[in-house]
Design a protein. Structure first.
Length: 481
């Protein structure tokens, strides 16, 4: 059922439509429109006259209604008929005509989805571990904190014209599934002992980033209390906004401010900004959603054990199901999580609709886009595991090998991206095909991930076995590698 769109959003979409008309009537230059377009999550493509639309999904959290909305707009306005899950837990789709963008934005908004600030010099999608809330090693569920930050900064004036893009992530434990080290701000759930009790907060890193000049984030705080998350984010953004390099794009990320100043000066400047907020009496919103802030607990409180014996045994002679359980299912004390492996992050309209039906049929459950370019279902009851596998198989989503060697990660590359130097999707497809035809026994190798990026921006993220598009000019002739 379509939701009522907030008046603010109706005006925002209408403003986009007016800017499109101004561009088409030659009333504004392309460069001025580009900035406005990117702020709305719309990228140009290599192909003229069509756009890529990126949907911003904080922590990757979706539901069946949103899946169906994605299916509808992709079917009606994106000729390839497929969506692409990104390594930032977004969903994007391509080849959308500029005249159709306002309709697409409206249909997405009716389902509670937005593209705002998914691109451009803004705070991009705030990500978190896709096992947040169910992971056996997490200290607490970080998703509510990620969502609070995401929605507080969405349309926030502080976030509309930064020197360069800005990325924030949340991880639930030191395993760092949220990849704090490569983010402008990376939060990792932390605890400390206080009078025999555990107090919860975040270990915080700043200044990470990839691209042609990668940098690992520096430790900003060993323990940041919950109430300091939003003031710290705003203070860092203000410092970046005022001091980031706006002349040299290749030096514009926050990592270069940190490199120039050093971590101690950076921390001192952040402290000054936070003190200013306090002096002004600035008030911040409460934790988003129904989650409860973790209470202090005894240092000796034992963890809950996982009893796999309570789960149904595999049916005899069903090797595909057994393989799927082994590679795609994560067991919890009472329920499990099931990864849905997508080939190179792509999902068709039919698969989106089938997945939405499955979420309704087997719910209540939570579905998320993962930064491994897959989907994951949380809250699967033990008695329906085989039935769920059968339902996924019927819609073509029962592939095994999630997060194994065969689960290749690739950005869209030169198929559509203006920045790409090589066809990362083509290379990725060839690798997947090679596994199927020549290396089937190695598809489920654990600890080996293959990632393909079409340019030095490394959108597929680093890995011990990766490929990145580059070029050289031997004898004045461009060569792609």
């Amino acid at each position: 059922m379509a939701k009522t769109i907030p008046e603010e959003l109706i005006k925002e979409i209408a403003a986009f439509g007016r800017e499109v008309k101004r561009l088409q009537n030659n009333e504004i230059p392309e460069e001025k429109f580009k900035k406005f377009r990117l702020q709305q999550g719309v990228y140009g493509q290599r192909q003229k006259g069509v756009q890529m639309v990126r949907v911003k999904i904080p922590s990757g959290i979706l539901n069946s209604e949103k899946l169906r909305a994605l299916a509808e707009v992709i079917e009606d306005y994106s000729p390839p008929g497929k969506g692409h899950v990104t390594t930032r837990q977004d969903v994007q789709f391509h080849f959308v005509k500029l005249d159709n963008i306002t309709t697409v934005l409206t249909k997405l908004a009716e389902a509670g989805l937005t593209t705002r600030e998914a691109c451009g010099n803004t705070v991009r999608n705030v990500t978190s571990c896709h096992l947040a809330g169910v992971c056996q090693t997490e200290l607490f569920n970080v998703s509510p904190y990620a969502e609070t930050v995401a929605y507080h900064l969405l349309r926030n004036p502080i976030n509309q014209d930064l020197p360069r893009k800005f990325k924030i992530s949340f991880s639930g434990c030191r395993s760092e599934c949220g990849m704090a080290a490569i983010h402008d701000i990376g939060f990792i759930a932390e605890s400390r002992a206080q009078n025999g009790m555990l107090e919860y907060g975040f270990r915080t890193y700043v200044g990470g980033g990839l691209g042609s000049s990668p940098r690992l984030a520096k430790l900003y705080s060993e323990f940041l209390p919950f109430e300091d998350i939003l003031p710290t984010c705003e203070a860092i953004l203000k410092i970046f906004d005022a001091n980031g390099d706006r002349k040299t794009r290749s030096k514009a990320r926050m990592k270069f401010v940190l490199e120039k100043w050093g971590i101690e000066k950076f921390k001192a400047e952040v402290a000054k900004e936070i003190a200013n907020f306090t002096e002004m009496g600035k008030v911040y919103p409460p934790l988003r959603g129904a989650a409860v802030i973790p209470l202090p607990m005894s240092v000796t409180t034992p963890a809950v054990a996982v009893n796999k014996s309570a789960w149904p045994s595999h049916p005899p002679g069903h090797s595909d199901y057994e393989k799927w359980v082994r590679t795609n299912v994560t067991f919890g004390p009472k329920t499990s999580s099931v990864q849905i492996k997508l080939t190179l992050g792509d999902i068709t309209v039919e698969e989106l609709r089938g997945l939405a039906d499955i979420v309704d049929q087997f719910g209540p459950m939570e579905i998320r886009a993962t930064h491994q370019q897959n989907f994951i279902l949380h809250g699967i009851r033990p008695e329906v595991l085989l039935e769920l596998y059968t339902a996924l198989d019927q819609v073509g989503l029962s592939g095994s090998g999630a997060e194994k060697a065969v689960d290749v990660i690739a950005c869209p590359g030169a198929d559509s991206c203006q920045l790409a130097l090589t066809s990362s999707m083509g290379v990725g497809a060839a690798i997947v095909d090679t596994f199927a035809k020549e290396l089937p026994d190695y598809e489920d190798v654990d600890g080996l991930r293959i990632r393909i990026s079409g340019c030095p921006n490394s959108c597929a993220h680093p890995t011990p076995f990766g490929r990145r598009g580059q070029c050289r000019y031997p004898r004045a002739r461009k060569t792609e590698t």
